[in-house]
Ligand binder design. Structure first.
Ligand code: FEO
Length: 576
């Protein structure tokens, strides 16, 4: 059954109700046009918020929906069941896109018992301003709904919230995982029927939300392995995984194993649900993981001092959100912060950012404290004085990348020196042209000097570019993104080459002082280039430390018919 919102609504919101197994109903809220900047929404394919009803002799509702779906969701819910018969509301975690309507559901079902982790119940007390029945569950606890629907709970902290709980139904073999294994992909197809269509979104979502928690992903999957066979993963976002379950879960395992084995670790300390700490910390973490440094995230609100101590002890880098100085959040974070400061060691690299939560501790106080303790700054302190914009999130991501690159610097130099010199020289005889990639996505722009560019197809016209994983512009070259390839002209290329070879500070405007005009696809064209091609990314292939990005050309023009392309000749093949 599909119900549409009134056509007067600006954005297209619909709901979908379907039976997915015995006495099991999915209530999907389809948000077709979600475009608000959150790093993981980069592919702009909308999203869905999925909620589930399990009917044994007793009835459980797993998660709800985003508050923007209030009426549509409550209509779908009451269309599927009489809310007064709901016995349990299982809360996978307390982010508002899944738990935002819990107060509304509790008004219709005041008898329902809220089932969640201890931490989630604490958070819910702030969200639900009314008394409610509760049942705290731990890993391996069971809840028998009758008729074979025995629910088993699996704690999956940090996927991607400190209080995340998976739920397994023994009758149907469905595992409810909320954010984990999800993707921001909105379509009428409720399942993973078209693997090719969903793969880029599945990967991008993993990179943004799960890669910074790769070690936690592996721990959760170890617990999943102890369950009886899983037939379906019922996600909180996007299609349910059933047809390609093995492939898609194996992807998580492979990607996480690769991230987790990194020699260097950065601990990112944030304060959940305080200002913009969550999103800002995610953007920084995403920037760090681009450098193949492992990230471990920890919420200062619920961190155990012993865990803080251990994590600081094994991390080479620390990223810390300015904690609140007043209110309940300050009480919750104080002990963890004290432990953190006591545990730091000199030679560690630190990055600090404000949360804009209203009660932030002055960032300079913290900066001075860590400097006095002998720590080096991995990036300039990030000061947030208003609601973060797209550019602020970009700055955070780039700051994270800078910190990761700093930690990797010595290892990379050593690796370059240890290579066979004949091989290096032979490889250096491969040459390429000189190009500047320019891109614009919303308010965020980027540019990069490129040389590993080669035509790859005739029909349609297409070419590939190898982009190092830790390049800032990589985030603007996801499947579907548009950009311009500017071809530099021999004899006139040095000025542009020098400009774009510079090391830019995080968030810096790459185009200051450069003549540009805007292409039809929205990306900047460098007026002083020999030629330009307007392109759209079609696919990406992972090649160790680079992404090979295949793009199709939609338009192009040469400014000087007599000009020839500048060529980059190298001495060795181990760097550009
Ligand atoms: Fe989809 Fe963590 O909320």
């Amino acid at each position: 059954m599909v119900v549409a919102a009134p056509v007067t609504q600006e954005k297209r919101l619909t709901t979908q109700t379907l039976e997915i197994a015995d006495n099991t109903t999915a209530l999907r809220s389809l948000d077709w046009d979600r475009d608000r900047f959150d790093i993981e929404f980069g592919l702009q394919n909308g999203t869905t918020y999925n909620s589930y009803l399990i009917r044994g002799e007793k009835v459980a509702l797993v998660d709800t929906s985003h508050e923007k779906f209030r009426q549509l969701y409550l209509d779908a819910l009451t269309g599927a069941i009489d809310p007064s018969t709901i016995d349990y509301i299982v809360v996978s975690h307390t982010e508002p896109d899944h738990s935002g309507l819990i107060p509304d559901v509790l008004k219709l079902a005041p008898q329902a018992i809220v089932v969640a982790s201890k931490v989630a119940i604490q958070f819910l007390e702030d969200l639900v301003h009314q008394p409610f029945e509760r049942q705290i569950v731990k890993n391996s606890d069971k809840l028998d709904l009758g008729n074979g629907h025995v629910l088993e709970f699996v704690m999956a902290p940090n996927l991607h919230w400190p209080d995340t709980l998976f739920t397994y139904d023994a009758k149907t073999g469905i595992l409810y995982t909320c954010d984990a294994f999800g993707m921001h992909y909105c379509s009428e197809d409720s399942f993973d029927t078209n693997l090719q269509a969903i793969e880029p979104d599945y990967r991008f979502y993993y990179e943004c939300l799960m890669a910074p928690n790769a070690r936690s992903v592996l721990s959760a999957m170890k617990r999943m392995d102890e369950l009886p066979p899983v037939t379906t993963i019922a996600t909180g976002h996007g299609p349910l995984l059933r047809h390609h379950l093995q492939t898609l879960t194996q992807n998580y395992r492979d990607w996480s194993q690769s991230k987790a084995k990194a020699e260097t670790t950065v601990a990112v300390f944030y304060v959940s649900d305080y200002g913009y700490s969550d999103r800002l910390s995610q953007a920084i973490a995403r920037g760090i993981t681009k450098t193949e440094v492992a990230v471990e995230m920890m919420d200062l609100k619920v961190a155990d001092p012993q865990e803080v101590n251990e994590l600081v002890g094994r991390a080479q880098g620390l990223v810390i959100c300015t904690p609140p100085t007043a209110g309940a959040a300050a009480t919750l974070t104080k002990a963890a912060l004290g432990t953190l400061v006591a545990a730091v060691k000199d030679k560690q690299v630190v990055g600090l950012f404000e949360a804009y939560g209203g009660d932030d501790e002055p960032i300079d106080t913290l900066v001075n404290r860590f400097r006095d303790l002998g720590l080096a700054l991995g990036f300039e302190p990030i000061r947030i004085k208003q609601t973060p914009t797209d550019q602020v999130y970009q700055l955070c991501e780039e700051a994270g990348t800078d910190l990761g690159q700093l930690l990797n610097r010595d290892r990379k130099i050593k690796a370059q020196k240890s290579l066979n010199s004949d091989l290096e020289k032979a490889l250096g005889r491969l040459s390429g042209g000189l190009y500047i990639i320019t891109a614009q996505k919303g308010d965020v722009a980027g540019a990069m000097l490129a040389s590993w560019v080669v035509q790859a197809s005739l029909e349609p016209l297409g070419f590939s570019i190898a982009v190092a994983k830790d390049r800032a512009i990589e985030s603007l070259m996801q499947v579907g993104d548009r950009f311009v390839l500017n071809v530099l002209e021999e004899g006139k290329h040095l000025g542009l080459m020098k400009h774009f070879l510079k090391r830019f500070a995080p968030g810096a405007d790459r185009f200051a002082g450069i003549n540009t005009q805007t292409a039809r696809n929205g990306a900047p064209i460098l007026t002083d280039a020999l030629a330009y091609l307007e392109c759209q990314v079609t696919s990406r292939m992972e090649c160790s430390d680079h992404w090979v990005v295949y793009s199709q050309v939609t338009a192009g023009r040469v400014s000087n018919p007599e000009g020839i392309t500048a060529v980059h000749h190298r001495k060795v093949g181990t760097y550009y």
